[in-house]
Design a protein around this ligand. Structure first.
Ligand code: GLP
Length: 240
């Protein structure tokens, strides 16, 4: 059973998760953090900013969940740029130690296997931050994704492209493919922390936590994980 924590607001959620991450940084010699993009994890990164002074982050490794395929890494909405802007720079992390899947078309054939190998060589992810899509996706594992899947290329659904169109000039500019950690990859992280805020996420949260474990709701795979914390505001918890 996942531990579900309902908090008053986003900043309380950010503080809660950031405290846990600081605890890992203080206790592990080489902590490995699973990073997520999207608006949901931002309060965590903000809270971390206020907490990291005086803690040794020189060995902090990070692996992002996903990236668009074929996007210029320098594009402001590539997840490499987003992680750089929202995590690496404000927190003062070593960019060499923070990886994002490589979405370059030329090397895409082995990019998934390379990423899996890098995660394994780092000793696996200690704490994986997760958001959730309105259709129940985690990372970019859309409905129908195999629970055993590893990092691989996927096609984005129209719904996700619409949801993400706000970051681009128009929906036509939203890439059609992505490379994402698989549900199997996510399952191998030692602690999963899923956050969700707002009414728009309530149905997906209820389906993920209380619905049947089904590939139709990729986030329901977290029900199979032994150590899950779900941090919600009242609105996101409203259908539980
Ligand atoms: C994207 C990301 C997911 C994220 C989801 C929700 O699809 N690939 O990792 O969970 O968006 O985004 P938001 O947190 O902005 O609602």
């Amino acid at each position: 059973m996942a531990e579900v924590v309902i908090v008053e607001n986003k900043s309380a959620a950010g503080a809660l998760v950031a405290d846990e991450i600081v605890r890992l940084i203080d206790t592990l010699a080489e902590p490995v953090l699973g990073l997520a993009t999207g608006s949901t994890p931002l309060p965590v990164y903000e809270a971390l900013r206020e907490r990291l002074a005086g803690h040794d982050i020189a060995h902090l490794r990070g692996f992002a969940l996903d990236e668009y395929v074929g996007i210029d890494p320098a594009h402001p909405e590539s997840y490499r740029s987003v992680i750089m802007r929202e995590v690496i720079e404000p927190l003062g992390l070593d960019p060499e130690l923070i990886r994002v899947p490589n979405g370059a078309v030329e090397t895409i054939e082995h990019a998934g296997a390379d990423y899996e190998q890098a995660i394994a060589e780092a000793g696996g992810v200690d704490l994986q931050i997760l958001g959730i899509g309105t259709d129940g996706h985690i990372g970019f594992n859309e409905p129908g994704s195999s629970f055993a899947s590893s990092t691989r290329v996927k096609t984005l659904t129209e719904q996700t492209r619409k949801d993400n169109a706000r970051f681009f000039d128009s929906i036509d500019d939203v890439p059609r493919h992505c490379i994402t950690q698989g549900l199997g990859t996510i399952q191998r992280a030692r602690h999963l922390v899923l956050l969700a805020f707002g009414e728009g996420k309530a149905r997906a949260v209820a389906a993920a936590l209380e619905g049947p474990v089904s590939a139709l709701v990729p986030a329901s795979s977290i029900q199979l994980h032994p150590h899950v914390t779900v941090v919600l505001d009242e609105a996101a918890a409203s259908e539980l």
